[in-house]
Design a protein around this ligand. Structure first.
Ligand SMILES: [Zn+2]
Length: 445
């Protein structure tokens, strides 16, 4: 038994949202109880006590769209003419970087990002992977890294026609092998879903092959939708229909499917998302950085489409995504008073619902029976803090680096900013060494 107490306990459980001096009790991988610190200490006198020292105790964050493989892009310059639009960003950066990756690179990219997740309080990640010259075994390398770090991951390989039919075949097999393996594995640390790049790099033949390979596995599809304006233009020109009409026709949408971005979709496509119960994931920093437009997330929420929040490989800090999502909607709507409710709901509730479509253990709350994913922030509020204004305090007063302790599935991964199990310097040093070679390979491609 482990107690984390003497802090402001924010449970995200509507029945029991808040304890001013609260404590959470962990038994094995699950939360056993929550309550006042004094009560919990007398109830469990022999438990180990971890002192939150007056900080915030909260559920670990969930990142609903991530690319571990992006780790080696940091500081990379693709050379030549700078990209003038999103298509050129893909061609000059991402589709060159991913071709340079080996299986070892995939593993260390994941390790670097997962360490960052621990340091920023993220305990569950839904990742979308690409390494077209090292497809087979890549999801298992990522899974190995997830298992070593203790972070729960739902993994997928992004199938795309851009590297030819043999790589498509390998991508399909990698997705299905991992999905089936994870479903059998049964410890609920790893799950798989079927990754697809985006409509513009997926022919009808490839979509049919992916749907057929899925069979009755019902693991859902994780796919970018209408990220840049060109994706819808391409779909209308080549297939005479909008992207989500096309994906519905090929049986790719549904409760376990995730449509990432959805920036340029129309009203009819919003209806399709709602009708098929497909989730959307918004990635504000990436959208701003790629200058691709603003996802209509307020409209999606209003129309009842399950909408979550991710980082798209930009960062591993969900509080950064939270801040940018808030500011971006206000800026885009030219209204300072919108999005106060929707953005916190996306991060704190909807991400847990999305992840809950893949994992059996309940996530995202400090309540009995939920996964013991608990984080502590050293935040000291300079003004009154209650359960009514906690989201404003988090927005303006904290960042990922204010997380000092991260516990995932009952295991203490970081305590007082010290990683308990991993040698960060050694892992990052190895990544630096490997990435230099990756950059050389990319230059020669
Ligand atoms: Zn993405």
């Amino acid at each position: 038994m482990l107690l984390i107490g003497n802090g402001m306990l924010v449970t995200r459980d509507p029945a029991n949202p808040w304890f001013e001096n609260g404590c959470v009790a962990i038994e094995d991988r699950l939360i056993a109880a929550v309550g006042k610190t004094s009560d919990m200490r007398s109830k469990y006198p022999n438990a180990r006590f971890l002192d939150a020292a007056g900080g915030l105790i909260m559920p670990g964050f969930i990142n609903a769209h991530m690319h571990f493989y992006s780790a080696f892009s940091r500081g990379f310059s693709s050379g030549g003419e700078p990209a003038k639009n999103f298509q050129e960003v893909l061609e000059r950066l991402w589709w060159r970087l991913d071709r340079g990756l080996t299986l070892e690179d995939c593993y260390y990219s994941a390790m670097v990002c997962l360490i960052d997740c621990i340091k920023n309080g993220t305990t569950t990640v839904l990742d979308h992977h690409a390494s077209p010259y090292a497809v087979r075994g890549s999801l298992f390398e990522l899974g190995k890294a997830a298992r070593l770090t203790g972070i729960r991951c739902c993994l997928s390989y992004e199938v795309s026609d851009r590297d030819g039919p043999e790589i498509v075949r390998q991508g399909i097999d990698e997705n299905m092998d991992f999905i089936r393996w994870a479903q059998k594995e049964g410890d609920d640390l790893l799950q798989g879903t079927f990754g697809l790049h985006a409509s513009m790099t997926l022919s009808n033949e490839t979509l049919v092959a992916c749907r057929e390979a899925m069979g009755d596995c019902n693991a859902g599809f994780h796919v970018h939708v209408a990220e840049g304006p060109g994706d819808e233009v391409d779909s209308e020109k080549r297939y005479g229909k909008r992207i989500l009409e096309r994906f519905r026709e090929y049986g790719l949408l549904g409760e376990r499917s995730m449509a990432i971005h959805c920036i340029h979709i129309n009203d009819r496509e919003i209806d399709i998302l709602k009708e098929t119960n497909t989730a959307v994931v918004h990635n504000p920093e990436s959208n701003m950085g790629n200058a691709v437009g603003v996802s209509p997330v307020l409209k999606l929420c209003e129309r009842g489409v399950l909408t979550g929040l991710g980082t798209d490989g930009y960062v591993s800090d969900m509080l950064q995504s939270y801040k940018l999502a808030n500011a971006l909607q206000k800026h885009a709507m030219e209204h300072p008073n919108v999005a106060w409710g929707e953005i916190p709901t996306m991060l704190f509730d909807n991400n847990a619902t999305i992840a809950g479509r893949f994992f059996k253990t309940p996530l995202g709350r400090l309540a009995p029976g939920y996964s013991a994913d608990v984080i502590v922030s050293d935040y000291v509020p300079p003004t009154t803090l209650t359960d009514q204004n906690i989201n404003g305090h988090l927005l303006f007063g904290t960042s990922g680096r204010s997380i000092v302790t991260t516990i995932a599935r009952g295991k203490v991964l970081m305590e007082n900013r010290e990683l308990k199990e991993l040698d960060e310097k050694e892992i990052v040093g190895k990544a630096r060494e490997l990435s230099a070679k990756t950059w050389e390979r990319i230059a020669a491609l």
